[in-house]
Design a protein. Structure first.
Lengths: 193, 193
């Protein structure tokens, strides 16, 4: 029954973008630059919100990219981080990509995860989260980040998940500002007050 | 590119279950009984974790069901609540099902949402959350619920989202216990300590 299934795809331009950039990123700054550029392309192509993410293995190889496709897919769940987690788990054939061996997977996200994406991280098997812009940067253009636990960084670290913040933050902020200047839709902005 | 898309379906038996039960549920207890029975069937069919959910409109009509399909779909995101939100948004053609008119949608879930699902609720357009079992009931059989903000009920209510707890809690707990007795997999149980 069609109503009991769901499918999404990344925007068509992503495949060419990946070919152009390759899949090896030897430093955390290179990985963040890839992710910030992916977010900027998502804004310029008007294919979604100003957010992108990627999951990389311990050698810096891209396992799966993600961009925000909430509006295009009519699905509030499809934030960039969630898309990257889903596609990485599909590629690796496992709902817990950190299980069972010594592998280490890093989620690099252009903006700090919202409450939903934060909650998704411990279930995914990721062992490190790297953030560009901060929540307040997304809030400053009108996005709502949700109710996060106070000191969520410490809560992650207690679970063995490392958190690194402010990597290329100015570049990540510039994508948020470009989106706001272009009049992109600011959805879910705390409308139920 | 196959690696840039994802598809899921509810288990095959769900369609028959929906035909059997109909789609009108005039009281919150009837809606919860439907959801608890859906969770129990998911356990008995061994198609996923002991969790189910449904989204209903203000007349008590089922808009979309959800069951936990994390293991079968190799996807840690596909908790029952997330599946129901995705399918309801698909059916209604909108990423924010509460937007734009006076409609009211209720999420009924057999167990209180985990941190990820809680975070997803404000983005979905749902205006009421009804819970059966409590987090501690899921934790007592070994499931991890994640780091929720203290007093999350109040945080939801501040956003205009009503929270109702303990509807048919004993029946919902009995499904969790049936799953544990049957030796169902307890995944993501805080393994990264």
């Amino acid at each position: 029954m069609k109503l009991l299934e769901f499918k999404f795809s990344l925007p068509g331009w992503v495949e060419g973008f990946l070919r152009e950039r390759g899949s090896k990123f030897s430093t955390v700054e290179k990985r963040m630059r890839f992710v910030v550029d992916l977010a900027r392309r998502n804004v310029q192509k008007r294919s979604g919100g100003p957010f992108a993410a990627g999951i990389f293995d311990e050698k810096g190889t891209l396992i799966a990219p993600g961009v925000n496709i909430v509006v295009a897919s009519n699905c509030s769940i499809l934030h960039a981080e969630i898309v990257a987690i889903i596609l990485a788990q599909k590629r690796l054939g496992c709902y817990d990509i950190g299980a069972g061996d010594e592998s280490h997977y890093e989620l690099v996200t252009s903006t700090e995860p919202c409450a939903m994406c934060l909650g998704a991280i411990p279930w995914s098997g990721i062992s490190c989260v790297v953030c560009g812009a901060r929540s307040e940067d997304a809030q400053s253009i009108g996005f709502d980040e949700g109710a996060k636990p106070p000191d969520w960084q410490h809560a992650m670290q207690k679970r063995g998940i490392k958190v690194v913040q402010d990597v290329l933050r100015p570049e990540a902020i510039s994508v948020l500002k470009e989106y706001a200047r272009g009049g992109g839709p600011i959805y879910n902005a705390g409308k139920r007050r």
